[in-house]
Design a protein around this ligand. Structure first.
Ligand code: NDP
Length: 341
């Protein structure tokens, strides 16, 4: 049986910020299932900043998307046909099947979603990769202690919102940085951060300083660029910096390389800062702890999450380009298909 579907391919490698012509919507016919494979119907596609890196032909921790290849991405899917003993039609699974309406996957490469833990979209959000990134990066690297100040940028987003809330659960004082009044109000009033500063405010650096009278003990790095320059002088001795992402720099070209790297390295030495890069998969063994704690916190209302939903696969490029500039408000998802058909 052959089934027709739609997918979005990488049409060109972006120079600087991605533009619509870098993506191409295509019709295609899903291949016939082989032994051990499953046919998946995409329900939710997760859009994540790392995808910008996959569009470049550059060495990284993962291979780039090939030109004309399907854009990569995490998905929540329904199994609609199965040649794999452990999965049956109707099962909901977490996959990495990319920007397409249907996908054929190796049954061993997908994971059944525990639908009792929350809405299935959370499997790519607060109970999935972004939530686990916040949990492991903050607890295993940042190690916040009661009374300390934890600062996180992109604070209304998928990772940042969880970072601040986990910091508060651990007794720390959370200060967020976000773009615009609405996001800052949400971070303060709904998530309960002690403060949230707009990084587009002309007095951003002074306001951040005022919001952190005891300096910064943990800076969870999500953005880099100008935000990091404002944070840097406020770091306390023995501050910890989980370096999670640098979204402000993802579309940089060779001409826009920051000039403060030299002074940064000197301060790392003199203040004995622990700056450690990490990738969430480094902490794969913590998945059980994460799911237990995070699903409990969400159920108890200690951790709230927000989703930003775009309807239709064809709108994924626009949503993704917006994500890189802050037009998403919460975890960016694309509803590719209904939960049930
Ligand atoms: P978000 O949901 O937070 O969306 C991205 C946000 O980044 C935008 O909404 C915008 O928020 C902010 N942003 C964009 N450009 C700038 C800028 N120039 N300066 C300041 N803020 C900016 O995304 P995620 O929570 O999914 O990801 C956050 C970070 O975590 C990213 O850097 C990502 O690459 C990283 N990450 C790393 C992982 C790892 O394993 N190391 C895993 C998952 C994510 P605003 O409007 O508030 O500025």
């Amino acid at each position: 049986m052959s089934v027709s579907a739609k997918r979005i391919a990488l049409a060109a490698r972006p120079k600087g910020e991605p533009k619509p012509s870098d993506f191409r919507l295509e019709d295609y016919v899903a291949p016939v299932l082989g032994e051990g494979q499953v046919l998946l119907r995409t329900i939710w596609l997760s859009l994540d900043p790392y995808m910008r890196g996959r569009m470049n032909d550059a060495a990284s921790y993962s291979a780039p998307v090939p030109l004309d290849g399907v854009m990569e991405g995490g998905t929540v899917c329904e199994v609609i046909a199965s040649n794999f003993a452990d999965l049956a039609p109707g099962d909901i699974v977490l996959a990495h099947s990319g920007w397409q309406t249907l996908a054929v996957a190796d049954g061993k490469m997908v994971r059944k979603v525990d639908t009792s833990l929350g809405p299935i979209s959370t499997a790519v959000g607060i109970l999935g990769m972004p939530g686990m990134t916040a949990y492991t990066g903050l607890l295993d690297i940042g190690q916040p202690k009661a009374g300390e100040t934890v600062v996180v940028a992109a604070a209304s987003g998928a990772v940042g919102s969880a970072v601040g809330q986990i910091a508060m659960i651990k007794g720390a004082r959370a200060v967020g940085i976000a773009g615009g009044k609405d996001k800052c109000d949400y971070v303060k009033n709904e998530l309960g951060f002690a403060d949230c500063i707009d990084h587009r405010d002309p007095d951003f650096a002074a306001k951040l300083k005022a919001a952190c009278p005891n300096g910064i003990d943990v800076y969870f790095e999500n953005v880099g660029g100008a935000v990091f320059e404002a944070v840097f002088p406020l770091l306390n001795f023995f501050a910890r910096i989980p370096v999670c992402g640098l979204i402000a720099q993802y579309s940089d070209t060779a001409d826009s390389t920051p000039k403060w790297a030299g002074s940064m390295m000197r301060t790392i030495l003199t203040k004995r800062l622990a700056i450690r890069g990490f990738i969430v998969s480094d902490f794969a063994s913590r998945r059980g702890d994460f799911l237990r704690d995070m699903s409990g916190w969400v159920k108890d209302g200690k951790v709230k999450y927000k989703e930003c939903i775009t309807d239709g696969l064809e709108n994924a490029p626009t949503a993704f380009m917006g994500l890189l500039k802050g037009s998403n408000f919460g975890k960016q998802l694309v509803r590719v298909g209904p939960d049930k058909v």
